[in-house]
Design a protein around this ligand. Sequence first.
Ligand SMILES: Nc1ncnc2c1ncn2[C@@H]1O[C@H](COP(=O)(O)OP(=O)(O)OP(=O)(O)O)[C@@H](O)[C@H]1O
Length: 225
Amino acid sequence: MSSPAVVRLTDLTRSFEQGGVRIEVLRGVNLTVAPGEIVALLGPSGSGKSTMLQAVGLLEGGFGGKIEIAGIDASALPPEGRTKLRRDHLGFVYQFHHLLPDFNAIENVVIPQLVAGRAKGEAEERARSILSSLGLGHRLDHRPSQLSGGEQQRVAVGRALANQPQLVLADEPTGNLDEHTADIVLEQFLALVRGEGSAALVATHNERLAARMDRVVRLHEGVLE
Ligand SMILES: Nc1ncnc2c1ncn2[C@@H]1O[C@H](COP(=O)(O)OP(=O)(O)OP(=O)(O)O)[C@@H](O)[C@H]1O
């Protein structure tokens, strides 16, 4: 039997009420992401990309439709079940790094592994290997404030992959970087994700970067084209 899709969204809906006005942001999104597949989510500002990633990331409620992660219906789970699903299967990269400021690069990649129950030595070895593959072997002891924007973002990528997630959710992961640095960081991100065999759903408005991924889907007026 083939392994289940890492994500399957069926008729996903989300609307917000603002000042008495109802905005329907997602109007019935359907999407399937296969294991190891890297999908670019394109759409103009305000089209609902972040809202869609929040749904898949199981970070918020309020969505209609069905969200399945690794073959499990998340919509039917209690909050602790969703937390476990998120911890076991998902990794996150945001536009801003959100690294722990008081910990250095290697610690930022080790800590999530310790939380997940991995032994310290093994976690350190893995963190070193991931950060070296991201070109940061010479920056392991640096804290976020001692790293460039591109380096900070690469550590954030390493942290997202630390626990071998089946799916990485990335919201404008290079949106805060200049074009040249964004290209380098994206290439390293894609290489690491491919090397680990993870799938990824990457929100961006950058067509050029989207073209480097396996498939492009577009959000338009609340549905995927
Ligand atoms: N908590 C909220 N309350 C009210 N409206 C919201 C809320 N979150 C998002 N929205 C609205 O939903 C729409 C989609 O927002 P979202 O952030 O998902 O878009 P996006 O495609 O990620 O945009 P960008 O590329 O600018 O990040 C916007 O019109 C936004 O104002």
